[in-house]
Design a protein around this ligand. Structure first.
Ligand SMILES: [Zn+2]
Length: 307
C-alpha cells in the first residue's frame, strides 16, 4: 500500500532511532543469554529469567503486565517464583499486582519504605528486602542485586547476572540518549557514581528500562561521558558568562528575575558548547540538554565536587 504523506515537515533532531513497529503482538522478545529474556514494548523495557525451578520476573511495566505474562508463556510453562523491583516508580512496576499472588517480591529496603508510604494496591509490598546487596539463586542461576546509592531515586538497584554477563540498571543511562528531564535525579553526584560502579561490573549487554533494544557497555560509557561533558560545559559557561554583562543588558528591576536571566544565559552557552559533539550522537539533545545545564548550575552553586 502506498503511504500517504501527511505533508508535515520535521525539524532536525540530530541522532535518533525511530520507534519500531511492534506488530500485532505488541512486544518484542529477545534472548540476551541462555534463559535470560529481554522484553520491550517500544519505549519501555525489562527482562525475565527462566530456570528449572521457576521464573524470575523483573519490573512488570505499568499497563504491560498481560503482555509480559504472554511473553513468559511463549517460552516456558514454569510460573513466576520471584519478582524483583528495580525501584518503586509506578511506570516500571505498576502491573506488579498481576504477578503478586504467585511470586515472592524482592526489593531494596528504601523501595519497600516508599511503597509502604504510598499504599498502592498495584504495587504490593515486597516480602524480601535488603540493604546493600542481595544474591538470589534459583535453579542454578545467580542474580546479584546491588545498591549503588540513590541517584535516580531511593532504592534504585542494579540487577546483575555475572555468569551471563547481563546487567539491568533502570532510568539512568538509556543507550544513545541523553538522560531524561533534568537528569531524572534526586542526587546527580550519586547517579554518576552509580553508573561508574555499573561499568565496573562484568557485562556485555544491559537493560536500561527504556528503548526498544538492549544496550552495550560501550553505549553506557558514552552516556556517562555525556554526564561528565555537560558538567564541564556548565562550569565553563559559568566562568565565561559575566553577571555584570547580563545586568547591563537587562531591562528588569526584579533582582530575582535578573538572576534568572543570568542563569538562562549560562544555560544557553552550556547548550551551545555541547551541541556540536552530542546532538549527532545522542537522542533527546534538543529537548533535555538545557535542563541538564540548569541542574549543573544548581549543583555548582553549592558544591565543589571532584571532577
Ligand atoms: Zn524511575
Amino acid at each position: 500500500m502506498k503511504k500517504i504523506s501527511s505533508g508535515r515537515s520535521f525539524i532536525p533532531d540530530g541522532y535518533y532511532e525511530p520507534l519500531p513497529d511492534l506488530g500485532e503482538k505488541g512486544y518484542f522478545l529477545k534472548l540476551l543469554a541462555p534463559d535470560v529474556y529481554f522484553f520491550t514494548t517500544g519505549v519501555y523495557n525489562t527482562m525475565f529469567i527462566t530456570t528449572s525451578k521457576g521464573v524470575v520476573v523483573i519490573d512488570p511495566i505499568q499497563g504491560k503486565g498481560p503482555l509480559l505474562k504472554k511473553a513468559i508463556r511463549e517460552v516456558t510453562e514454569k510460573i513466576p517464583k520471584y519478582m524483583i523491583y528495580s525501584h518503586a516508580h509506578l511506570d516500571h512496576i505498576g502491573d506488579a499486582h498481576l504477578f503478586a499472588g504467585e511470586a515472592q517480591i524482592i526489593a531494596h529496603i528504601e523501595t519497600r519504605k516508599l511503597l509502604e508510604r504510598y499504599k498502592d494496591p498495584h504495587r504490593p509490598i515486597p516480602q524480601i528486602s535488603f540493604g546493600k546487596n542481595y544474591s538470589l539463586s534459583l535453579g542454578g542461576t545467580q542474580i546479584d542485586l546491588i545498591y549503588p546509592g540513590e541517584g535516580h531515586g531511593k532504592g534504585n538497584i542494579m540487577i546483575h547476572l555475572p555468569r551471563q554477563k547481563v546487567l539491568m540498571v533502570v532510568d539512568v543511562a538509556t543507550p544513545r540518549s541523553v538522560p531524561f528531564l533534568n537528569f531524572a535525579t534526586i542526587d546527580i553526584y550519586s547517579q554518576i557514581k552509580g553508573i561508574e560502579q555499573a561499568l565496573n561490573l562484568n557485562f556485555d549487554v544491559y537493560v536500561a528500562g527504556h528503548l526498544h533494544r538492549p544496550g552495550t557497555k560501550k553505549e553506557m560509557l558514552e552516556v556517562l561521558k555525556y554526564y561528565l561533558a555537560s558538567k564541564r560545559a556548565n562550569k565553563a559557561a559559568l566562568k565565561k558568562i559575566s553577571f555584570l554583562d547580563v545586568k547591563a543588558r537587562s531591562r528588569t528591576q526584579d533582582p530575582e528575575r535578573l538572576f534568572g536571566e543570568y542563569y538562562q544565559a549560562v544555560s544557553r552557552e552550556c547548550f551551545r558548547m555541547l551541541k556540536k559533539k552530542w546532538k549527532p550522537r545522542l537522542m533527546g539533545f534538543e529537548a533535555f540538554t538545557r535542563g541538564h545545564c540548569d541542574v549543573w548550575t544548581s549543583f555548582h552553586r553549592t558544591e565543589v565536587a571532584p571532577e
